[in-house]
Design a protein around this ligand. Structure first.
Ligand code: SAH
Length: 259
């Protein structure tokens, strides 16, 4: 009888090579793998041929299992088969509901391990050359969800809009107009914005703009989920932003760091 245990793994943002070595090693010893839509399926090739693979993401836009059902399933499969790997997109503790699964399993005295992953919050902007912090441009960054439990816009976005930090919004595409309104209300209509869809993947796409024109641009390019919205002066470092906005004189930076 295999000893029940659970390993929660961050699969990284999409590029199959952006998982940790530790994550791959855990996949290789899994008896069962439960994986989400955002975890790259190519990673399953590292599993033993006998490993059971269970997809628990969305199908036709709808969740196959509720979070409660997943919590239960993870425990039940660990008790029955031994080593269960829970493979999640990005980092499992960044809006992945990973902690809820761990908490549930611990109540059954099942040993749980967490293996961090590369989060899309940092990797998606980085994949198009945008740093979340840079001297003279941003001293900090916020990672905020666009979709809260209640469905309303997170109050943190309003607080972040008043700071000089880089603001990275996940799950925020359906709230883009509300986000832009909020930034405009705080005198940030001119702040640079990037939207990166499927960052680090072959089908990656992105648009650059400002709070003023990003909605229009992202509509023209038909950008949709999964995408991160990056708001802040760091976006102005992108060569295409420089060409379209800075060189043309459409945009000037009030930031001291600008040279
Ligand atoms: N734990 C994940 C986030 C899960 S929430 C992480 O750390 O990355 C799901 C949201 O993540 C998506 O709606 C989208 O905003 C973002 N996301 C995940 N993968 C992405 C990718 N490859 N490119 C852009 N955004 C991505």
């Amino acid at each position: 009888m295999n000893i029940p245990r659970i390993t929660l793994i961050g699969a990284g943002p999409g590029d199959v090579e952006l998982i940790t070595l530790k994550g791959i090693k855990a996949i290789k010893t899994a008896d069962v793998i439960l994986y989400d839509a955002l975890a790259n399926e190519e990673l399953l090739e590292y599993a033993k041929p006998t490993t059971q693979l269970v997809y628990v993401g969305k199908r036709l836009g709808k969740y196959v299992y509720t979070q409660e059902e997943i919590n239960y399933k993870v425990v039940q499969l660990a008790l029955q088969y031994g080593h269960v790997v829970r493979l999640k997109g990005g980092d499992p503790f960044v809006f992945g509901r990973g902690f809820e699964e761990i908490e549930y399993a611990r109540a059954f005295n099942i040993h749980c391990e967490v293996i961090s992953g590369v989060t899309s919050a940092i990797a998606a902007p980085a994949s198009v050359g945008i740093p979340v912090t840079t001297r003279g441009y941003a001293e900090s960054f916020w990672v905020i969800t666009g979709t809260t439990k209640t469905g309303s816009l997170s109050k943190d976005i309003e607080l972040a809009a008043q700071s000089s930090a880089t603001v990275v919004i996940l799950m925020g595409m359906s709230k883009l107009s509300q986000v832009c309104d909020l930034f405009s209300q705080h005198g940030k209509a001119n702040t640079p914005v990037a939207i990166v869809q499927n960052g680090t993947k072959e089908n990656a796409r992105y648009v650059l703009g400002t709070i003023d024109d990003i909605q229009y641009k992202s509509k023209v390019e038909e950008l949709s989920n999964p995408a991160v919205i990056v708001i802040g002066e760091v976006v102005s470092l992108h060569p295409e932003f420089v060409k379209e906005y800075v060189t043309s004189g459409k945009w000037t930076n009030q930031n001291e760091g600008w040279t």
